[in-house]
Design a protein around this ligand. Structure first.
Ligand code: HEM
Length: 491
């Protein structure tokens, strides 16, 4: 009776208790949702267990939401994984819209993602890319899935925690334990907790051991972050004493890592209250940078290399661009100041992000107030999933949507900053990724050098057509099978 006179959202037939959950393949929910939207339309309502969830799969509905109802859609559901791993969701990504989120985002925008800050990490990126290239030279077969994860992990580790905590290894040698810790956290963030779909059945997660495993992972993460913080405090004290002794008051902000910066802000907040008043907030921000930044950047590099090995014409054209940019000098690395002129590289990365967006369903949103979309009433506290993969291969919008064709971005103003609603690999509106600049310079520098320093081919006995393009989704989509290629060094 309640719905009398109201326009009802299309909703596939559902089962008692499970609702529409049985329609989702847990390994490929973005593909299942694409099939459902092809059948039922670009705005549908699913009952995932007992949680009403709307799925958005068209650019015009995304535009309506991000331009007219952005605040209403800026909440985040309180999910089991992030609640545990990010200290009761006190990080940015998973905290719901409000003062805490605003303050947290403001601080990281200023201290981590501002143009000046991103630029100040150049030496770290260059050094790590150099080691990365050097490691590949010594490998008969390069496992790019693993190597790119090491690269992103080492850069983020050095930027966030300082040099001491990154042991800088490549090719499965270095930082393995931190890496394993991170992988386990990511499994839980993208994983299926019964409580997230049937809040009343929370006990089932404990019964099947899921809750126990996440608690163990959290304990290890927490212990690690405690050690990082303790060592920074100790070092700061020693430096201050040394400074007093030598009367040297030169403060070098460029050498500060994120832990130093957050600890200083924590000291002030502990006296006056607000965000960062608890040391748990500091830990949540630190762990989140690993989780949000490592996987996504590595997946972008790996997927782009996958597309290039399958498309030799594009790879050749890109290598030609790099040759021209360096006047044919293959005996040195591409520098960051040269990236700006590499226009074809930028088109190639965009095309790769279009076909394989690393976060194809964004992070789940939740409405914080009721509103109307396309004439449908959407109540507050509705979970919202944006299937941006469906949008970026929509045949009504994109010509030859499944083809890898970077030239489509030539002379086009379409970018991924969140204003072009047919292409949203970083999201849009208030919740869009704040790490775009931070990530893109890593991705561009790594790819430019991979292609400038090496010629790439398939291992003997394999053809590019054999490459498995299937993805495995957690919070980020990865290539299901590792990308292993032969790299022939040009110098
Ligand atoms: C190519 C690499 C990356 C991609 C494709 C990517 C993509 C995304 C996406 C799709 C979202 C969710 C937007 C939404 O829910 O509407 C997001 C959020 C976020 N990303 Fe990224 N990201 C990348 C790199 C990074 C890096 C390197 C960092 C930090 C070191 C980072 C930090 C964040 C944070 C903190 C949020 C949460 C924003 C909020 O909820 O307010 N990302 N990212």
């Amino acid at each position: 009776n309640k719905s009398k006179g109201k326009k009802l959202l299309p909703c596939p037939w559902r089962l008692p208790i499970l609702g529409n959950l049985h329609l989702l393949n847990p390994n490929k929910p973005h593909h299942s949702l694409l099939s459902l939207s092809n059948k039922h339309g670009p705005l549908i309502l699913l009952h995932l267990g007992s949680i009403p969830t709307i799925i958005i799969s068209s650019h015009d509905i995304a535009e309506e939401i991000f331009t007219k109802h952005d605040i209403a859609f800026s909440g985040r559901p309180l999910l089991t994984g992030p609640k545990k791993l990010f200290y009761n969701c006190s990080s940015i990504t998973f905290s719901t819209y409000g003062e805490h989120w605003r303050q947290a985002r403001k601080i990281v925008m200023l201290e981590l993602f501002s143009t000046r800050r991103v630029r100040s990490f150049e030496a770290i990126r260059v050094e790590e890319v150099e080691k990365f290239v050097d490691a590949i030279k010594h490998l008969s077969i390069a496992n790019l899935s693993e190597l790119t994860l090491s690269l992103a992990n080492n850069i983020i580790c050095r930027v966030m925690l300082g040099d001491k905590f990154a042991d800088g290894g490549y090719g499965g040698k270095g930082g393995v334990w931190l890496y394993e810790l991170l992988k386990e956290s990511q499994r839980f963030l993208g994983g299926f907790f019964v409580a997230d779909f049937f809040p009343a059945l929370k006990w089932v997660d404990r019964l099947i051991g899921f809750q126990g495993r996440i608690e163990k992972n959290f304990e290890q993460v927490d212990k690690f972050l405690d050690r990082v913080i303790w060592e920074h405090i100790k070092k700061e004290k020693e430096d201050n004493e040394e400074e007093e002794r030598s009367n040297n008051t030169n403060c070098c902000i460029e050498n500060e890592d994120m832990v130093n910066i957050l600890l200083k802000l924590h000291e002030v907040a502990a006296l006056h209250g607000g965000f960062l008043s608890s040391i748990d907030h500091v830990k949540a921000i630190l762990w989140e940078a690993f989780v949000a930044g490592t996987d996504t950047s590595a997946a972008t590099i790996t997927w782009t290399m996958t597309q290039l090995i399958k498309n030799p014409r594009v790879m050749k054209k890109l290598q030609e661009e790099l040759k021209q940019a360096t006047n044919g000098n293959t005996h040195r690395l591409i520098q960051e100041c040269e990236l700006e002129k590499l226009q074809y590289l930028k088109q190639v990365i965009k095309e790769s992000l279009r076909l394989k967006p690393p976060v194809p369903l964004l992070v789940p949103h939740e409405t914080i107030q009721s509103c109307q979309i396309q004439g449908y009433d959407i109540p507050a506290r509705t979970r919202v999933i944006f299937n941006i993969m469906a949008i970026s291969i929509d045949p009504n919008v994109w010509e030859k949507p499944l083809e890898f064709w970077p030239e489509r971005f030539e002379d086009s103003k379409v970018n991924f900053k969140g204003q072009d609603f047919k292409f949203l690999p970083f999201g849009s509106g208030r919740r869009k990724c704040p790490g775009i600049n931070f990530a893109m310079v890593i991705v561009e520098l790594a790819l430019a050098n991979l292609l400038h320093c090496f010629d790439w081919s398939m291992p003997i006995g394999m053809k590019a057509e054999d490459i498995n393009m299937e993805d495995n989704i957690g919070l980020t989509t990865h290539k299901k099978e590792a990308l292993c290629l032969v790299a022939k060094s040009k110098w």
